[in-house]
Design a protein around this ligand. Structure first.
Ligand code: SF4
Ligand code: SF4
Length: 382
């Protein structure tokens, strides 16, 4: 490694990145084929931005910046300290770890701009660069793999030897001519923990996720009703899911991260779902300002809260779900009906009957009828 590569890596570390590696601009043919196949098989349905055109561009990074010569990939750990939780027992909804702190897009982008600026100062000439953080045509995991930052886990995450998969990735395409790093000669071996423990069976084969079945997709990206057959499998997750990372043996040895922006905000590791149900748009904006959770939108998070409360099954949630049945958006009313049907106390059933007498939205009426019929059927069989 020459002095230039050393300077690049030193600067990345000084700015708080845990890992810094380099790769070439060579096309990513294997990953292009795999991504195109997944789109055609419907495994990326519901994510229209993940198009064939975007994949083609991403697999040929020379298109993204014609005079580019290298890609620097930088990673920051979000595996930070854990605190006590303060949500009400019986109404706790889990949040994926990556969303416990500030919005990583903003944090990583600002830091990468600083990195490029400092690099220009250090080298005493302007460095031309384009920056990506999970937001443009970039096969970021393929880039990280080829740069030797980590290897592809069977859960499709990049596993780094030191920080596991609890990392955010950022890429800088640059006109600097840098010697590429070599890929790691590592893989998951015989382990299948993530596949075995995925509650929805979304990892349909090693390295292949059926996105429409994945709790992360369902609770964050998906905009309509959560398919009924999947709701019980979502458990108490209301934003993302960490199960295939939590069970991963590589992650058990992961070093803790140091970035303050990613330490847990108070009350963010688990959310109090009853308070979520009562939120206005303004409350939502205030509470989730600069948080990745805002991506789910207020209605999506309330939909998810209903599903989690139905799965938790604690009658403490009945008054809040009854209010949601009266005042929520139609998507929330439909999921509140499902949750009340799962809790099935007499107060819950009364709320469902009263709602059915006044509800005009056809889809919500179907949810109400389904909730009442399934509780009646289980009472008969019980
Ligand atoms: Fe399965 Fe959860 Fe991993 Fe999605 S995030 S693949 S639902 S374990
Ligand atoms: Fe690989 Fe096992 Fe981790 Fe899955 S759980 S990503 S198979 S090491």
């Amino acid at each position: 490694m020459s002095e230039l590569e050393q300077a690049v890596k030193r600067l990345g570390k000084e700015l708080g990145f845990d890992l810094v590696r380099i790769t070439s601009l060579q096309p990513f043919f294997r990953d292009e084929d795999a991504a195109l196949q997944r789109i055609r098989q419907g495994l990326m349905d519901g994510m229209p931005w993940f198009s064939e055109e975007r994949v083609r561009k991403a697999a040929h990074p020379e298109i993204l910046m014609p005079d580019a010569r290298s890609i620097i990939v930088l990673a920051m750990s979000y595996y930070t300290r854990e605190d006590e939780e303060d949500a009400l027992p019986g109404s706790r909804g889990r949040i994926a770890r990556y969303a416990w702190g500030d919005d990583y897009h903003k944090v990583m982008k600002e830091r990468l701009h600083l990195f490029v600026g400092r690099l220009s100062e250090t080298l005493d000439h302007p460095v031309k660069a384009r920056i990506f953080v999970d937001d443009g045509p970039m096969l970021e995991r393929a880039v990280a793999e080829r740069a030797g930052l980590g290897w592809f886990g069977k859960n499709t995450m990049i596993l780094t030897p030191t920080h596991g998969s609890w990392i955010f990735l950022g890429e800088v395409i640059t006109d600097l001519v840098l010697e590429p790093d070599k890929p790691l000669l590592k893989n998951c071996g015989q382990c299948t923990q993530c596949i075995d423990k995925c509650p929805t069976g979304a990892i349909i084969a090693p390295y292949v996720i059926d996105a429409p079945r994945c709790i992360s997709y369902l609770t964050i990206e998906h905009r309509g009703p959560i398919p009924r057959h999947l709701r019980p499998l979502v458990g108490d997750w209301v934003f993302g899911c960490d199960i295939c990372q939590e069970v991963c043996p590589v992650n058990r040895r992961a070093e803790k991260g140091h970035e303050k922006a990613f330490t847990k905000r108070s009350g963010f590791g688990v959310l109090d779902l009853i308070s979520i149900l009562g939120m206005s748009d303004e409350d939502f904006r205030d509470r989730f300002h600069n948080s990745p959770i805002k991506r789910a939108k207020r209605v999506g998070l309330q939909r998810n809260a209903c599903v989690a409360l139905g799965n938790i099954g604690n009658p403490i949630a009945v008054p809040a779900l009854t209010d949601a049945l009266k005042e929520g958006d139609s998507l929330v009313r439909g999921h509140a009906a499902w949750a009340l049907g799962r809790i099935a106390t007499w107060e819950a059933l009364l709320a469902l009957e009263l709602a059915l007498a006044r509800e005009e939205d056809q889809e919500v009426r179907e949810e109400l009828v389904f909730a009442l019929e399934t509780t009646a059927a289980s009472a008969r069989s019980g």
